[in-house]
Design a protein around this ligand. Structure first.
Ligand code: FAD
Length: 393
């Protein structure tokens, strides 16, 4: 039997879409090139609308046991001084409870759901067309190299920032590289740290050294994930990373509690991100969701939330057999995705300022201002928590 939907990529958006469509009675096949979870860690904040979707697919307890922890707030450290950037009281007042997750485990839990068929280790290499319509994909088994062809009424590309589906369909997308790299690592959450409060350490010397910021957050089972935001030159060895790193670590003893003997950048997983918005989300037979359509930076914690919001709208339209599915999907999702993209745009503007403008000092002042004026912080949190939500019905 031919599938109704063939989803390329088992990211958070693809897996949610597969489950929603499968539960609604559609035949769905998902092709994922990885045979298991990715080998690298990265942090991820999920906002309430997304958490609501995940909890409709698996019990809240399952998420919290394995993959996610309700975040108690964020503390900011500049040198040895500390500020409460986001307090538990502020989150309570806003009635916004974010989750901090290990994305690899979140995806694994989703891919274990059973309303859709999943084929792992199958990498899509091109799309198949009949006249102007995309009718399937050509793929290769990553272990044996065996070629296969798959067809469906709709091909959905959730295959990430380097999307093969996007490129094969010829959708234009301009990508802007983010001027900071993210260097990620996992660690044991120290017993001396406040239970569920994330921490951000700013490097006062950042304009000179290139190591700008370290952020860390807790996960279930005394684990934690952190990342360092640094100028790309640091990772390329054009600066003196070891010295910069040592100076930063000596600024506050709590930094050493999580980074320990780790050498920078050698012992981290380095990720360079670009952002952009594809010119159109689909064409006859093919449609894009998530990072394949609109890769973003981690700023504002939007990417995974956007991907799930895309999946929900596409599932609703797919289950209703909407006649003008493509146009409706575009109409409902583009404005929200544009809003989410603003975080990446503004952050790129800030970090693209020349060194003599002191972007690090500007960043420190913005954070100090947010910590000092809860009204401004309230607005910022509310915006991040809702920007990606679909508001056009
Ligand atoms: C350091 C960092 C921090 C982040 N922090 C946050 C945050 O706090 N909050 C947030 O919401 N977002 C965050 N993001 C962004 C978020 O991780 C992504 O936006 C999100 O994972 C996108 O999900 P997706 O389902 O669209 O695609 P992806 O997660 O990229 O999944 C794509 C899938 O497709 C598979 N694939 C790729 N090519 C093929 C192919 N040819 N054939 C078959 N399969 C293929 C891949 O293996 C992968 O499983 C962060 C990202 C980074 C790097």
């Amino acid at each position: 039997m031919q599938a109704d939907f063939l989803i390329i990529g088992g990211g958070i958006g693809g897996a949610v879409l597969g489950e929603l469509l499968g539960r609604g009675g559609k035949k769905v096949v998902l092709l994922e090139k990885n045979t298991g979870p990715p080998g690298y860690l990265r942090p991820e904040i999920l906002w309430p609308a997304t958490i609501g979707v995940l909890c409709s697919l698996a019990p809240k307890k399952a998420w919290e046991q394995e993959a996610a922890l309700p975040l108690g707030g964020i503390d900011l450290f500049i040198g040895r001084r500390s500020f409460s950037l986001i307090s538990p009281a502020l989150l309570g007042e806003l009635q916004i409870q974010p989750w901090f997750t290990n994305p690899n485990l979140t995806r694994e839990l989703l891919l274990r759901l059973d309303a859709f068929e999943i084929r792992r280790g199958v990498e899509v290499t091109s799309v198949l067309k009949e006249k102007d319509r995309v009718v399937g994909v050509r793929a290769s088994d990553v272990t044996t190299g065996k070629q296969s062809e798959w067809s469906a009424r709709w091909i959905v590309g959730d295959d990430g920032p380097q999307s093969v589906v996007r490129k094969a369909c010829g959708f234009a997308m301009e990508r802007t590289m983010f001027p900071l790299d993210f260097h990620c690592f996992g660690f044991e959450w120290p017993a001396s740290f406040e239970g569920t409060t994330a921490r951000v350490w700013l490097n006062e010397d950042g304009d000179r050294s290139g190591v700008i910021v370290l952020a860390a957050a807790p996960l279930p089972g005394t684990k934690g994930i952190g990342f360092v935001g640094a100028r790309p030159g640091i990772a390329d060895g054009t600066d003196t990373p070891e010295e910069s790193w040592k100076r930063f670590c000596s600024a506050n003893p709590s930094i050493l509690e999580i980074v320990r003997e780790r050498q920078f950048p050698r012992d981290f997983v380095s990720i360079r991100r670009g952002w952009g918005h594809v010119s159109q989300y689909g064409t006859g037979g093919a449609i894009l969701i998530g990072d394949a359509a609109h890769p973003v930076t981690p700023i504002g914690g939007q990417g995974a939330n956007m991907s799930v919001a895309d999946a929900c709208v596409l599932a609703e339209l797919g289950l209703a057999d909407a006649k003008d599915l493509l146009a409706e999907y575009e109409r409902r999702r583009r404005p929200a995705n544009e809003r989410s993209m603003e975080f990446s745009k503004w952050a790129t503007r800030l970090w693209s300022l020349p060194g003599w403008c002191g972007p690090v000092s500007i960043f420190q002042n913005i954070l100090r201002c947010l910590a000092r004026y809860p009204g401004v912080m309230r607005r910022a949190v509310r915006t991040a928590a809702t920007a990606f939500e679909t508001t056009t019905n």
